[in-house]
Design a protein around this ligand. Structure first.
Ligand SMILES: [Zn+2]
Ligand SMILES: [Zn+2]
Length: 361
């Protein structure tokens, strides 16, 4: 299969385009040609995935680009397998099914998310908390992901994509940004009608915002990019502020989507008694010292968000069709994966999600 392969992690700027050379953002398939894509990922021919009897082989149509991919490519988090094809927001069609597969047919449209397989036998799995599985397999991390023309997944972990969700490219960001945004809302304990604060406004937050607004919540959004704040207001945010700002009135629920530990004390101080801050990132830099009385006393909680269960995914895809949720995307050809990651890192995407178009159509 054709793939964008990571052999040695490095900063995406390594040999990548400087912002001044890339020009204004535009849909990659309609504008003028960009300079060649360079960076840690390189185009390569990789062996096709071999599927187990309970797995399906998926012909990849598109793959979303997630901040976790950036952390993998730059080795901010440990990378267990190299060389590696990243990517875990895959939409495609079943091309081949293992002998034990009964729930999917050839040609079915499915999504593959970060959770590729959970063991089903450890304590958390047995308790229905499979997102905390002690032996997980993550897509584009433990096994090759979707920056490629083919990807494999157990049929039980492939998510059927309803036709009413629209085209593949707009569905892709739902498969991680959407699912994690939704799980973060659940972890923050959000109840319909309660005020919510979102710190950082990227692809995940823009889904969380739409769900919260649909639930009648007033939402405060803080971001360091003005473009993101304009989008947040257009999507129904009641108030917006700069990075480091907190809402004028305290809130019961908050989510930080930014990998910035320094935001945490301010966010905790802006919680009402009993309030919860959910940390939605897979990675956060140093968390400063907290003051017990200002930041934690009166039953305030900090909780992280770790992967997702299959029910989270099914609930989110269901909400996406009912609300309906809108994803704001910027497409790039597969061969421009480095550029997409560099633009994500430099915040040039705002709340837009980058999506790699792998197959035509
Ligand atoms: Zn398990
Ligand atoms: Zn992700």
């Amino acid at each position: 299969m054709d793939a964008m392969l990571l052999e040695s992690p490095a900063p995406v700027e390594t040999g990548a385009l400087k912002p001044a050379e890339t020009g204004p953002l535009r849909p990659a398939d309609t504008g003028p040609l960009r300079p060649a894509d360079t960076g840690p990922l390189r185009p390569a021919e990789v062996d096709d995935p071999v599927i187990a009897p309970d797995e399906v082989l998926v012909e990849v149509s598109v793959c979303g680009v997630c901040r976790t991919d950036l952390h993998i490519v730059e080795a901010d988090i440990d990378v267990p397998t190299l060389p590696l094809v990243p990517g875990h927001q895959i939409v495609g069609r079943v091309k081949e099914a293992g002998t034990a597969v009964t729930r999917l047919r050839l040609g079915d449209r499915v999504g593959i998310s970060w959770v590729n397989r959970m063991c089903g036998q450890c304590g958390p799995c047995v308790q229905g908390r499979e997102n905390l599985c002690s032996a997980p397999v993550f897509t584009g991390y433990h096994r090759h992901g979707g920056y490629a023309t083919l990807a494999a997944v157990p049929a039980a972990f492939a998510h059927p994509i309803p036709e009413q969700l629209g085209d593949d490219a707009h569905v892709a960001p739902l498969l991680c940004a959407g699912i994690i945004g939704y799980r973060a809302l659940k972890q923050s304990g959000l109840r319909p009608g309660s005020p919510l604060a979102l710190y950082g406004f990227g692809a995940s937050a823009h889904i969380a915002l739409q769900i919260a607004v649909a639930w009648g919540c007033e939402v405060f959004v803080a971001s360091r990019t003005e473009d993101a704040l304009i989008r947040a207001r257009a999507m129904g945010a009641s108030w917006t502020g700069q990075a480091g700002d907190v809402p004028e009135e305290c809130v019961d629920h908050a989510i930080s989507f930014a990998p910035a530990g320094w935001l945490i004390p301010g966010a905790m101080e802006a919680l009402r008694p009993g309030g919860t801050l959910a940390l939605a990132g897979i990675y956060t830099d140093r968390v400063p010292e907290l003051d017990y009385d200002r930041h934690l006393f009166r039953e305030k909680s900090i909780v992280s968000v770790t992967a997702n269960t299959r029910s989270d995914a099914a609930e989110l895809l269901n909400l996406a069709a009912r609300i309906p949720l809108r994803t704001d995307i910027e497409t790039y050809p597969l061969t421009e994966a480095n550029t997409a990651l560099a633009n994500l890192k430099s915040n040039r995407l705002g709340a837009q999600a980058a999506v790699l178009t792998v197959a035509a159509g």
